[in-house]
Design a binder for this molecule. Structure first.
Ligand code: APR
Ligand code: ZN
Ligand code: ZN
Length: 369
């Protein structure tokens, strides 16, 4: 099959494309191929605006422009290619960026949430002139339709609002999973969360769901701290005015928290997390640092405090296990995921949403189609 013919079969949709480092994103025509073997075509219903999309635009992730942005999405499977058994047309799905392979050394040892060989669609979506697009996190869902690997589609109960469901595809799942899957938060624990954006508030919510008795939210922005309370924080500390480590210790009988989640990704806040945990406690790094960052810690304290220093990729989630469960908990009234949706916007409003995100005015703006 030659390229021209491929293109002839492609579907034309509108998508949000980042053409070069720092340039404003634009809505333009995107050609989406028909699904091949192992692939699924998804009609996107909603897609959240995440920091990672902004990182792509700013050149922080790579130089493979043009990027088709968007990856926190939910929608309906429209068509599938050969050999697809996971989903079928009409299924309501949340897209995930870790389609497990089932074959790598992690999968073979029964730890698929660490899969080291996750996959994406093989065929490329393109601009109208045939230029291949790099889809953000292998998804590219600021588009009316997108092409993914079938394993990136996780079927969930369609009763959930798409704008809410999509957020489980990335940041909110990362936060909930950082607390529950990576941190192992359980009933009666004391937990501190440093940085209360969408990811940190996910961790607050996860800690609450798991039955933590004390949940301390730390941020430099009072508005964020108010929101964290709505997700279940029992105490808040504005670390612009107060010492976060002292504050967390005071609120935990002088000892420190059992689990401290760092949801920013900076050495100074990681340091706070390290010293704000109790003996044998756990630090979970879910915020993503930049390549230039370095950490310095007294090694004797690393040893002497025991416990664990962990990082959490995508909340160590297993989409097939966690997405349907969290959707069901939400539908049961036990997980107020809808509070993460600060506003719904149109496909032309992504650039404005980046600005609001930078100013801390929103937890998530969500594009609805
Ligand atoms: N101390 C405390 N809070 C801080 C500090 C600081 N030094 N610096 C920033 N914050 C707060 C911000 O006020 C904001 O509320 O951290 C929060 C970060 O939230 P967002 O910017 O909304 O980011 P979010 O989407 O939650 O992602 C957090 O996880 O996935 C990664 O790339 C993502 O590294 C980022 C992190
Ligand atoms: Zn694998
Ligand atoms: Zn994301």
């Amino acid at each position: 099959m030659n390229k021209e013919r491929d293109r002839g079969m492609a579907i034309s949709v509108q998508g949000v494309v980042s053409r070069g480092k720092g340039e404003p994103v634009e809505v333009t025509e995107v050609l989406v191929p028909e699904p091949g073997p192992g692939e699924a075509l998804v009609r996107v219903q909603a897609c959240g605006v995440c920091h990672t999309d902004l990182h792509y635009k700013m050149g922080g992730i790579g130089d493979n422009y043009p990027y088709l942005l968007g990856h926190e999405a939910a929608g309906v499977v429209e068509a599938v290619g050969d050999n697809v058994t996971e989903v079928e047309p009409g299924d309501f799905v949340i897209l995930n960026w870790r389609a497990v392979c089932g074959q790598c050394r992690a999968c073979k040892r029964g730890r698929p949430w660490y899969c080291f060989n996750t996959h994406n669609a093989k065929q490329k979506m393109t601009l109208a002139d045939g230029t291949e697009l790099s889809p953000a996190l292998g998804i590219g869902a600021f588009a009316e339709k997108t092409l993914v690997a079938a394993g990136q589609c996780t079927k969930v109960n369609p009763a959930i609002a798409p704008a809410t469901a999509g957020l489980l595809g990335c940041g909110v799942m990362a936060g909930i999973g950082a607390a529950i899957n990576t941190g192992g938060v359980t009933r009666g624990d004391t937990v501190a969360v440093i940085g209360c954006g969408g990811v940190g508030d996910g961790a607050v919510l996860g800690a609450r769901l798991a039955g933590a008795k004390t949940i301390i939210a730390v941020d430099v922005d009072d508005r964020k701290l108010e929101w964290a309370r709505e997700f279940g924080a029992t105490h808040t500390i504005n670390s612009r005015n107060a010492d976060a480590v002292e504050g967390i210790r005071e609120l935990t009988g002088g000892f420190g928290a059992d689990v401290v989640v760092e949801a920013i990704g900076r050495p100074e806040t990681y340091n706070q997390a390290f010293f704000a945990r109790d003996l044998a406690g756990v630090v979970v790094l879910v915020g993503v640092p930049t390549p230039d960052m370095k950490l310095e810690l007294p090694l004797l304290e690393v040893f002497g405090r025991g416990g664990a220093l962990k990082s959490s990729w995508y909340g160590d989630c297993l989409p097939s296990r966690d997405f349907p469960m969290l959707v069901d908990l939400h539908l049961d009234g036990r997980l107020p995921l809808e509070k993460f949706v600060s506003e719904t916007i149109g496909i032309g409003d992504v650039e404005a949403a980046f600005t609001k995100m930078e100013h801390g005015e929103v937890l998530r703006s969500v594009v609805v189609f």
